[in-house]
Ligand binder design. Structure first.
Ligand code: ARG
Length: 627
């Protein structure tokens, strides 16, 4: 879509600048390989579309077709053309490109081009989707594979993993799954906060309370509740001057790699890791590599030296800082980004600069990742940090120009009352408890709904299913919201069978499984075998509607690949299940009028179920055949 429009603009520019004839009316879309590449790059980056681009958008009403181009919206104006004339020219160009897929385009209204899928295209595509036993629904892998680093989850050692880290984990995991499905090479990095001045006080506290933790190569030491430990250390640090001095010396010794301090630090990391792992196991997070802040330690000095050599870093009150164009304090004075503190310590930002260099610029034999794209999934509160770090990195040459650095921000999780998310007594909610509670409630719902069932196989599985539904509900509730907005955490809402929720989607999937089982004469308690796909025969408008929806799958995935908004998947899932319901309301599968119709409708069921399963899996949610 983008290509056509960019080509259009380019032609227009040529016409203006070079005053050549620029034959805009020829409808020529033949462009050379180099141009194609340029256009593809440009269109990949054209987000969001500017108002001067005529966008191909899904039609607002089905009688307008499947897609529309609104020429009047900005393009005609920008080109000083009559909107209808502009629409006419767009149509001339589009026609040869879309002839296999779309009916003859139609001009409507003040400057719309309406586009409608050909029925043959719909039936062939959906049959191919249903026919693909690999689960990919006949979607090809991307032609240009990228290396993409996704920095997500990233909790802090010796601190509680909070609900913000939960969001980062869920959103990050989904983005990785989508990008990997598309065919990219994805590296999942857990940028754990495992370095910094707080480790001085923790190490010294351990020296007094758990001296065995300072013995290198000891067996794991049980430190008890790490949050309690952290609070105790902090209290001593704040109240006891002598302890404070020791803590400061402790950090220096740790950074110098003294064995006792290092052993204490490793003990802390190991204890935290055990806690993080419990959460990751519950959420089924796989392939996440721990690569904490400490990993970048050996690179930090180089980074600051290079910033100095390039004239970007300057001294300010004993610290080393950089200033970035456009960032100011409230009073308008330039906002410094500290890269080295007056005591010689490095900062969060310095580590991120070193990480960018390691992830994008350094060659593999220098220990680098050479990523094309790096995503950072953190709360929106860190937006300015990342903007400044990205800009500094580009300016300092720590990232090649083609590398795309993207912050993927998300909003807050609030309590049901819209206030801070906390327990009744005001304490922060422990993630483990929160996840267990969701599973418990899901199990309760399942048992009460299935109280009368005699299906032994099902009853044996109920704990496993409760886990899928409960964890799925937490994930789906998070992912179905536009990630940039805040959302209220509500067990009741996320576990509801009505609305855009995991239980509803899982139920829709299981229902289709039931329909297929019955329609193809399979036993009620056996594992379902998907019937092979048949030719699709259309008997009712709702079948067409369902297919129009199903063929949009690649667009939805491509959109998430580009813009990184997982709620687009949830919106689409919900629409798909609604289209399916409308179809099923009008078209019986089991009592279809002819065997051909029955086979055709079963094929629609298979394609729909495959779509739901694929997308739920991309959201990190397993499906079950019976709920
Ligand atoms: N540990 C940080 C936090 O808890 C998140 C780290 C995000 N990643 C990064 N490269 N800065 O807020």
């Amino acid at each position: 879509k983008g290509n056509l429009l960019l080509q259009w603009q380019k032609n227009q520019k040529k016409k203006k600048n070079k005053k050549d004839t620029g034959d805009v009316d020829s409808g020529s879309l033949v462009i050379d390989a180099e141009q194609t590449q340029l256009l593809e790059q440009a269109s990949a980056q054209a987000q969001p579309f500017s108002k001067h681009q005529a966008m191909v958008t899904p039609a607002t009403r089905s009688d307008f077709g499947d897609f529309q181009v609104n020429a009047a919206m900005g393009l005609a104006q920008a080109l000083q053309l009559n909107p209808r004339e502009c629409a006419q020219q767009i149509m001339t160009r589009l026609r040869p490109k879309i002839a296999d897929v779309m009916e003859e385009p139609e001009i409507a209204g003040p400057g719309f081009v309406n586009l409608r899928f050909k029925t043959d295209y719909l039936t062939a595509t959906v049959a191919a989707m249903a026919n693909d036993a690999s689960g990919r629904l006949a979607l090809p892998a991307v032609a240009q594979k990228q290396k993409i680093v996704v920095d997500f989850s990233s909790p802090n050692i010796a601190k509680e993993m909070h609900v913000g880290h939960l969001r980062s984990t869920i959103i990050g995991d989904t983005l990785c799954r989508v990008l990997e499905f598309v065919g990219h090479d994805v590296v999942r990095l857990n940028h754990v906060g495992d370095w910094g001045t707080q480790f001085g006080m923790l190490v010294e506290h351990l020296r007094d309370e758990f001296p065995e933790a300072l013995q290198p190569s000891q067996n794991p030491v049980d430190l008890g509740d790490l949050v309690v430990l952290y609070k105790a250390a902090k209290k001593r640090f704040d109240e006891d001057d002598e302890f404070k001095v020791r803590a400061r010396e402790g950090v220096v010794k740790l950074q110098a790699g003294q064995p006792e301090e290092l052993a204490a630090w490793e003990t802390l990391c190991a204890a935290s890791r055990v806690e993080f792992e419990k959460i990751y196991r519950m959420l089924n997070i796989q392939g996440l590599q721990e690569r904490g802040e400490s990993f970048y330690n050996p690179y930090l000095k180089d980074v600051v030296d290079e910033l100095k050599a390039k004239g970007m870093a300057v001294e300010s009150d004993g610290a080393t800082v950089i200033y970035i164009d456009g960032y100011t304090n409230r009073d308008g004075s330039p906002l410094p980004m500290i890269v080295q503190k007056s005591d010689g310590g490095f900062n969060y930002a310095t580590t991120d600069l070193a990480a960018i260099r390691q992830r994008t610029l350094l060659l593999s034999d220098e220990g680098g990742e050479q990523a094309d794209r790096v995503l950072y999934v953190t709360d929106a509160g860190q937006s300015q940090h990342f903007e400044m770090v990205f800009q500094a990195a580009k300016q300092a040459g720590f990232a090649p120009t083609h590398a795309r650095l993207e912050h993927v921000p998300f909003g807050l999780v609030q309590g049901e009352d819209g206030k801070k998310f906390a327990t009744r007594s005001g304490e922060t909610v422990k993630l483990k408890d929160l996840l267990h509670e969701a599973v418990k409630r899901a199990g309760h719902d399942l048992r009460s709904r299935n109280a009368a069932t005699a299906n032994v196989a099902y009853l044996e599985q109920i704990d496993r299913i409760a886990h899928i539904v409960g964890i799925g509900a937490v994930k789906y509730a998070d992912l179905s919201m536009n990630r940039e907005s805040n959302y209220r955490f509500s067990y009741d809402r996320m576990l509801s069978l009505n609305g855009n929720t995991a239980p509803y989607m899982l139920y829709s999937y299981a229902r289709i499984c039931g329909i297929v089982r019955k329609g193809s004469g399979q036993a009620d308690d056996a594992v379902l075998e998907w019937p092979s796909s048949a030719d699709i025969v259309i008997s009712h408008e709702t079948e067409l509607e369902l297919m129009r929806n199903l063929v949009r799958l690649p667009d939805v995935i491509a959109e998430v690949e580009r813009d990184l908004y997982p709620h687009k998947i949830c919106d689409y899932l919900f629409e798909t299940s609604q289209k399916f319901n409308q179809f099923y309301e009008h078209c019986s599968v089991n009592q279809a009028e002819t065997p051909e119709l029955k086979a055709s409708r079963l094929t629609l069921c298979v394609a729909t179920a495959g779509t739901l399963r694929l997308l739920l899996n991309l959201l990190g949610i397993e499906v079950v055949e019976r709920l």
